[in-house]
Design a protein around this ligand. Sequence first.
Ligand SMILES: Nc1ncnc2c1ncn2[C@@H]1O[C@H](COP(=O)(O)OP(=O)(O)OP(=O)(O)O)[C@@H](O)[C@H]1O
Length: 228
Amino acid sequence: MTAVECIGLALTRAGRPALAGLDWRIAPGELQVIAGPTGAGKSALLAVAGLALPLSGGQLRLFGAPVPPPSRAAEPARAALRRRIGRAEARPAFLDHLSLAENVALPLRLAGRGPADRAAQAGELLDWLGLGPRADDPPSALSDGERRRAGLARAVIAGPELILADEPSSDLDREGAAQALEMLAALAAHGAAVAIATGDADLVRLARHHSEARILTLTAGRFESPAA
Ligand SMILES: Nc1ncnc2c1ncn2[C@@H]1O[C@H](COP(=O)(O)OP(=O)(O)OP(=O)(O)O)[C@@H](O)[C@H]1O
């Protein structure tokens, strides 16, 4: 089974092709780094695969089945698929009336987990990411790099089968970027399909040291070499 399979995927944004008929697949346990210049379509690909943007053409399959196109009738099925996906967005948004720990634990709340369980898991993850002392703060009190790490924590906390991390190393120093990559690689080793989009040459260099990481280059809405 593939976690994501795209065939001839196209996305038009503002009248211009952001994705130009690309083929891509990622399987459970795989770690892929999608590199490429700014505007290449990296974020667009992760947004389409994460059901945050509707595709304009081609086919999208998630977890082995075709994704129903957006409609009111299809929304429960699409929402169920989204719950299997952890998206760490390039600019994560948080709810400022909740603490950082509560924000990070939101996917667990959606999964019906109780408060003690949520607090314990969020605390552990925040500690690991060096954000433990900020757990009770409002997200607006965080630096950009701290927000980035918190976004990553929220994306992975519920153990999603597919993790889509957009620019996970932006605003992080080298040590923080390496730590984020280690965490994502560990989750792939535990069976998640992990796709990282990045324009950060340092992160690509770090990823090359991971023998299991596959590095793809996206240019002008297409992969440079066959991706599937
Ligand atoms: N909100 C938007 N509205 C319209 N077009 C957009 C929007 N966001 C991105 N685009 C366009 O879609 C194309 C792909 O952009 P995308 O953000 O996916 O590229 P990227 O490879 O992630 O770039 P970056 O590394 O700069 O984030 C670009 O031509 C971009 O101008």
